[in-house]
Design a protein around this ligand. Structure first.
Ligand SMILES: Nc1ncnc2c1ncn2[C@@H]1O[C@H](COP(=O)(O)OP(=O)(O)OP(=O)(O)O)[C@@H](O)[C@H]1O
Ligand SMILES: [Mg+2]
Length: 389
């Protein structure tokens, strides 16, 4: 039986596939809006469940578990992309509202499908080729040059599944380690910086976007950001234009983030998109009237979207990432709380090396001072000063 969409102001239940930190922060926004969240959690100690969100326990690739979630939800949305598109299509065919749709989500799951869509829409992208399993990288390197960037077509995240090969032998070693997988070979972009545009889009296409974010990656994982990005206007304007076209081209519904490369020659290239709240948007919690989590819920519920204007001159965020020893930043929380002006977020996750365990946001009169504050608190949370980014 198709569920009717609750208009703004009536009780609504949103089901979220996954219960990580994004679902946990969605839960905080849901409380503000009087929306009830139900998460499909793999484990009873997942971050959103530990925050008290109502939960069903089940795997994101189990059709029966997804059915149970959809049965108690007016809308089904996502904390991550690890949901088979066919399962989401089956839910939609059974009359459930799934936002984003499986057809849109494929652009966040499949780097080649995304690249082809961006290219077909006339959007600027790094030159890329699809390598079938067992392919030799030499013809791709001949066309795209060295170093050659190799990316798993599906299943990569936080830089896992992205390798930069300096020469053909290195490229062969990467492909051998990924035997049997399809790989996107891409030109190495000599970039000046990386940008992200975070926004939200309603089912009929109305969209809002936050001011531009400048991101810093370490080992392929987002480590720091500042907003508004201190970039020259032609580049900044182009980035926002491109991100608007990307959201449109993929049919995004809900939060949508476009990751962009700004090249040394002043071009803006589309790297990838996420169709859910994104690490690049975490500072919107403190820096904007409506956070990306509020706007994600408002967009999937087809409710009026909130203002994306910053309510402060500038903001910065620094991730708290698990160190090699697996020590727990929560034990160092008092030191971080000494840093005036820093907003500390811990996700309640078990520490593991390289795992995102929390983040710190600071606002300020300019991005440099906000970043200094956020770095100071993140450094206090990180045992190893070298890992504070
Ligand atoms: N063509 C390229 N040239 C240079 N650097 C690149 C290129 N592609 C990716 N990178 C670097 O690797 C990082 C990770 O790549 P990408 O975003 O494609 O992977 P991911 O693991 O899916 O991302 P995420 O960390 O956002 O989950 C980028 O943010 C960028 O720093
Ligand atoms: Mg990325």
């Amino acid at each position: 039986v198709p569920l009717t969409l609750p208009p703004a102001g009536t009780a609504a239940t949103v089901g979220v596939v996954g219960a990580g930190q994004l679902a946990r922060m969605m839960h905080q926004a849901a409380i503000d809006l009087g929306v009830e969240l139900v998460v499909l959690a793999e484990r009873p100690d997942d971050p959103a469940v530990r925050a008290g969100c109502r939960a069903l326990i089940g795997r994101p690739d189990d059709p029966e578990a997804l059915d149970r979630l959809a049965e108690v939800s007016g809308i089904v949305t996502l904390d991550h992309e690890l949901v088979p598109a066919a399962h989401l299509e089956a839910l939609a065919a059974a009359g459930h509202r799934v936002r984003p749709s499986a057809a849109a989500l494929v652009h966040a799951q499949d780097k080649w499908a995304a690249w082809e869509r961006f290219e077909a829409a006339g959007l600027p992208v790094p030159r890329s080729l699809l390598l079938p399993p067992g392919a030799d990288p030499e013809p791709a390197a001949d066309r795209l040059g060295l170093p050659l960037v190799l990316k798993l077509r599906t299943g990569g995240y936080d830089g896992r599944g992205v390798e930069v090969a300096a020469d053909i032998e290195a490229a062969r070693r990467v492909l051998a380690a990924w035997a049997g997988r399809e790989v996107v070979a891409q030109e190495w972009v000599d970039m000046e910086f990386e940008l992200a545009v975070v926004g939200a889009r309603r089912p009929a296409g109305e969209a809002v976007f936050y001011p531009l974010v400048l991101t810093t990656q370490i080992d392929g994982m987002c480590r720091e950001l500042v907003t508004p990005a201190p970039v020259a206007d032609p580049v900044g304007r182009r980035a926002l234009e491109v991100a608007g076209a990307v959201a449109e081209a993929v049919g995004a519904v809900g939060a949508v983030t476009t990751e962009l490369f700004a090249t040394r020659s002043g071009a803006v290239l589309v790297n990838e998109i996420a169709l859910r709240p994104h690490n690049s948007g975490h500072a919107t919690i403190e820096a904007a009237t409506a956070s990306q989590f509020h706007n994600h819920l408002r967009a999937v519920l087809d409710w009026p979207l909130g203002s994306t204007d910053l309510i402060v001159p500038a903001a910065a965020m620094v991730n708290v990432v698990g160190d090699a020893a697996g020590s727990d930043p929560a034990g160092r929380l008092p030191r971080a709380l000494e840093v005036a002006g820093a907003s500390v977020h811990l996700y309640g996750k078990a520490p593991a090396p390289g795992r995102k365990l929390g983040h710190v946001t600071a606002t300020g009169p300019d991005v440099a001072s906000a970043l200094a504050t956020a770095r100071a608190a993140a450094a206090a949370l990180n045992a190893d000063p070298a890992s504070s980014g």
